[in-house]
Design a protein around this ligand. Sequence first.
Ligand SMILES: *[C@@H]1O[C@H](CO)[C@@H](O)[C@H](O)[C@H]1NC(C)=O
Ligand SMILES: *[C@@H]1O[C@H](CO)[C@@H](O)[C@H](O)[C@H]1NC(C)=O
Ligand SMILES: *[C@@H]1O[C@H](CO)[C@@H](O)[C@H](O)[C@H]1NC(C)=O
Ligand SMILES: *[C@@H]1O[C@H](CO)[C@@H](O)[C@H](O)[C@H]1NC(C)=O
Ligand SMILES: *[C@@H]1O[C@H](CO)[C@@H](O)[C@H](O)[C@H]1NC(C)=O
Ligand SMILES: *[C@@H]1O[C@H](CO)[C@@H](O)[C@H](O)[C@H]1NC(C)=O
Length: 457
Amino acid sequence: MEATGRTALSVCSVLFILTEVSSEFIHIPSLVHHGIEGKSVLLSVETRFPLDDVEIQGTWSHTTPSGIRTTLVTFTKEARITDMMHHNHLLFKEPNVSLLIQKLNQEYEGDYHLNLNIAFHNETGRFIKEGRTVHVTVDVPVSSPVVEKSPSYAVVEDKANVTWTCSVETGTRVVFQWLRNNVALGASDRYHFTQDNSTLLISPVRKEDKGTYHCVASNAVSQGLHSRAVELNVYYGPYNLEVNSGQGLRTGEVFTINPGELVFFECQADSNPPNSYVWMSKSRNTTQVITVGPRLEVLSYRLAQTEEYLCRAFNNKTQKQDEAQFTLVVASFGTGKEKHSQKGSPVSPLAAIIVCSLFAIGCMLLFFLRRTCHPKRVLMSIYNRPLSEQKRPHRSGHEDATEDFGIYEFVSIPGKMESAQASCRSLARLESVQDMHTTIYDVIRQVPDTPSDSLVC
Ligand SMILES: *[C@@H]1O[C@H](CO)[C@@H](O)[C@H](O)[C@H]1NC(C)=O
Ligand SMILES: *[C@@H]1O[C@H](CO)[C@@H](O)[C@H](O)[C@H]1NC(C)=O
Ligand SMILES: *[C@@H]1O[C@H](CO)[C@@H](O)[C@H](O)[C@H]1NC(C)=O
Ligand SMILES: *[C@@H]1O[C@H](CO)[C@@H](O)[C@H](O)[C@H]1NC(C)=O
Ligand SMILES: *[C@@H]1O[C@H](CO)[C@@H](O)[C@H](O)[C@H]1NC(C)=O
Ligand SMILES: *[C@@H]1O[C@H](CO)[C@@H](O)[C@H](O)[C@H]1NC(C)=O
């Protein structure tokens, strides 16, 4: 008993060793085959031993995906037995032991297992056991995919969903892919794919979804069949409204142009379909339409000193609009070198500044004179001042001399005190001309802060 046990053990270990080195005797180039329905597939085997010097005995068997196992062929060097059920489909290839499967259909999917025993003539008792598994799939090729879009018409951004469907007439285990402008689309917040990607839902549609769409259908035996291109048009905008001009000096929303200059303004906004543009003038407290279209032409001598303009862009598909407002100031500014050399304007900016300064000094003197002579007027404005304004930080009128300087020219306007006080409260934060009024008011207000001063007067 013990002896037979030991023998069995040694036989097993010998077998184990032999099986270890056996891989050099057969080779299977491809372990996976993608078969096409109706066509054939060759489960190719390369033998690496001289057939004349060995005896072989083996089987090819098939296991379906559901696990049913059938022996297809049993063979030796001299004979073979093919399963009757599969006779028409199988061709056993000698001298190697390849198996050709013809007229493939879905039944032939699954794993094919080759078992091979090789006995050598030159070494009595030496035999090798080989086993290999090859996987076979059977598919129907994919026909040209057809893409459909719902709705078929152009849609408005953020207000619609679009469903894309890709379908094929024939093809098994088809997977789909979607391309916009030839770039593959991945899943995102707004892109929803079905299991096989045959349907893509875009919800909601955005500006960036505009483009040309394709679907690509493929399976194991058909690579990347493209559908025809379908356009998605998305209405959007207007976005990024801008007013630009080649001429003049621009500072924020203010354009300064030379007197007599012809200036063009261009209004632009990103929009689909293109916007309609309307230009409006806001002078004299009323808004009136000047012109339509993206371009505005202004001849500066027709203007008052300052004028407010407005460009309004309207998209009649999205029913959205945007507008940009700007101020046009007519003033000599001689920026361009050519202007300086060509005309040499009669009043240079430096001269203007000097004249203004002199005028300001004159006015300041006048103011001092007036204040000395009319203390009552100053007192009146103390009492007219609303209480709420007392909160502002206390400043005595004459310590801050730098602030006082150069402003007094406007104070000399007669009879404007009350109206200036009224408007300045509301316009306190505005810039430009109105800003000067504010400053005037500040100066007047500061005076009563030192009542002792005025009383002494
Ligand atoms: C096996 O033999 C068949 C028939 O001669 C041949 O068509 C096939 O190419 C061979 N395969 C290999 C891997 O040599
Ligand atoms: C027997 O034949 C095989 C295959 O040709 C060879 O690999 C092996 O070396 C041979 N053995 C002897 C003892 O000649
Ligand atoms: C778009 O789809 C969302 C859900 O994804 C739905 O709530 C909405 O009503 C749809 N809009 C339209 C216009 O069909
Ligand atoms: C569906 O498409 C997405 C994005 O392109 C991809 O990641 C995924 O693998 C696809 N699914 C199938 C089943 O092809
Ligand atoms: C909408 O705007 C486009 C482009 O400005 C224009 O061609 C079209 O006539 C407009 N349609 C209507 C209904 O106003
Ligand atoms: C000018 O506009 C203001 C505020 O919008 C309004 O109170 C005033 O009545 C308008 N004046 C004229 C002359 O239209």
